[in-house]
Design a protein around this ligand. Sequence first.
Ligand SMILES: [Zn+2]
Length: 402
Amino acid sequence: MKKKRIWALITALCLTCTVGFGMTGEQPIKVSAADSLSEIQQKQKEIQKKLNEAKSNLNSVNKQIGAEKQKQEALDNQISLNQQKINVLQQSISAMNADIADKNNQIAQKEEDIANKEIEITDTYEAFKKRMRAMYMAGENSSLEMLLSAESFSDFLTNAEMMKAISAHDQQLVEDLRAQKAAIEEEKTGIEQDKAAIEQRKQEIIIQREDIKATQSELEQAYAQSKDAMQDYGALKDQYENNRDAALAEEKAVEAELQNWYKTHSSNSSDGSTANSQFIWPLPGYSRISSPYGSRWGGFHTGMDITGGGVFGANIVAAASGTVIQSTSHYSYGNYIIVDHGGGYSTLYAHASQLLVSIGQKVEQGQTIAKVGSTGNSTGPHLHFEVRVNGKHQNPANYVHA
Ligand SMILES: [Zn+2]
């Protein structure tokens, strides 16, 4: 599957090259196949740099988004908590308003009662005055004359007692009414005091509510700001994702270019065809060559690096049968194995996470001898594979193909 895809890419690239030359004719355009290995590697390095930058930007913006999300959640919690508080205070205020309305009704009732008493007092007093006037009119000029006009002492006493009784009775009546009125007025004052107390409490609660409302509007403002920030981060994230995707596409293209170069050069090799039958690909299921044999960054890469998604822990197999002559750890190779195949041929497998064979052990072609890792001088899980003839490293591309 992988091999087919790579070939499809290479074929596509080659077609592009041919068409490109045909169309432009005399103008020498820079084509993939014409690039030197070091140029391809340089491109790869630049693309890697872009990719790393995009990934790092994406990473940091994702962190900011995460932090902003947490902030929003905290704000949201606070806002709903405050809303609950406001609702409770609002309920108290409503209850107090109902109380105050009730007190107002009671006060109005008392005022009506007082007014009625007032009328009763006035009426009683008027009746008393009327009676006095009637008595006065019935007699001579005054009540004294009425008393003196008694024909007998008995009459006199009767008149006097009567006068006194009438007066005392009416006086009592008025006094009772006045006392009743005063009692009602006292009740009314009591109700008014209760009402005033409720109103004071209500004012305090309104202040509390207004305080929370002020905090609430600050929180809501902060939330709105956070939402704006989130939008900005989202836009940045999109941009970084685009950068990353573009770099990934470039990486894929340059990889295809590398494969192309690699295939072209290996098919030109004289001993490639015979070696192909002797050695098998050392990392089944993984065909991506992240770094080929040859000059690299001012040095020389003595093998080929093979990798792919999920490569860590994959089986490394012996390219041919032979004897294990090295199985150890090295500062640069990490955990590595050398298998001697006889006839001056040996192969080396480096950066393993696990070594499964030991020195002196005989291995068959295709036998799993180690697991892919990233030990030693390595930036990520891959197999560094070398082919040596009489101890001298060769281009593995002349010996193995994915
Ligand atoms: Zn390597």
